[in-house]
Structure formats: C-alpha cells, structure tokens
Design a protein around this ligand. Structure first.
Ligand code: 5GP
Ligand code: ZN
Length: 104
C-alpha cells in the first residue's frame, strides 16, 4: 500500500461493485461509456509497465476478474483499456483496468 495513493485508498474504502481476494471493481467517477468500471488490484504498481512485479498466478487471476466483472455487469461486448503513462491518458498512478461497454 502507498500512503498517498487514491486507488490504494479506494481499494480499502471504496464503493465496490465487485470484489475478490486482492481485486475490486468500482464505478468510474467520470464515465466515458454507459457502463464504465475500473478494476483495481490491491498490489500497488505505478503503471502496467511494471507488470513483471505481479506473481504469475496473481496476474492471471486479475485478468479473470476483469472478465468476471464485465460478465457480472451484463456486458457481452466491451472494451478493456489500460492507459500507460501521462501522454497516453494515465492520470492515476496505480494500475487499473477500464472496463467499458453498454452501448447496446
Ligand atoms: P486513467 O486516466 O489513469 O487511465 O484513469 C483514472 C480513472 O479514474 C479516470 O477515468 C477517472 O475518471 C477515475 N477517477 C479518478 N478519481 C476517481 C475517484 O475518486 N473515484 C472514482 N470512482 N473514479 C475516479
Ligand atoms: Zn496505490
């Protein structure tokens, strides 16, 4: 946990729409799609660039949770996005997965 990190805080205290051991999903505060969720791992890494710091089983479980969150939200077709670095649109420096869908 990083003391001054918004998503470390939301992992602990957020309004979770789904959760499993080590991962939660929350609603994006500024949705860019009819359904826009964020999957946040408990393990803090600043960006996807550091994904090598995740144990393999944890990385696999994280991806499975992304798929479960989308299914749980009733999405069949959807977009999964990770912004990596400021010029790619990253604003929160704790790895997270955007799950966007619901366009019908
Ligand atoms: P990024 O731009 O880093 O890829 O994504 C960060 C996302 O977090 C943005 O889509 C932004 O709307 C969302 N966000 C920022 N602050 C908060 C917050 O306090 N609560 C929630 N639920 N989402 C947030
Ligand atoms: Zn964090």
């Amino acid at each position: 946990m990083k003391a001054d990190c918004l998503f470390c805080k939301l992992y602990r205290e957020g309004d979770h729409v789904a959760a499993t051991d080590g991962f939660v999903a929350i609603r994006d505060i500024n949705p860019q799609a009819p359904v826009h969720l964020l999957v946040i791992p408990e393990r803090h890494i600043d960006t996807f660039r550091d994904i090598g710091e995740f144990p393999a089983d944890e990385a696999k479980r994280m991806l499975e949770f992304v798929a479960d969150v989308a299914a749980g939200a009733g999405l069949k077709d959807y977009r999964v996005v990770v912004n990596v670095g400021p010029s790619a649109g990253q604003t929160v420096f704790h790895l997270h997965w955007h799950v966007m869908g619901g366009w019908s």
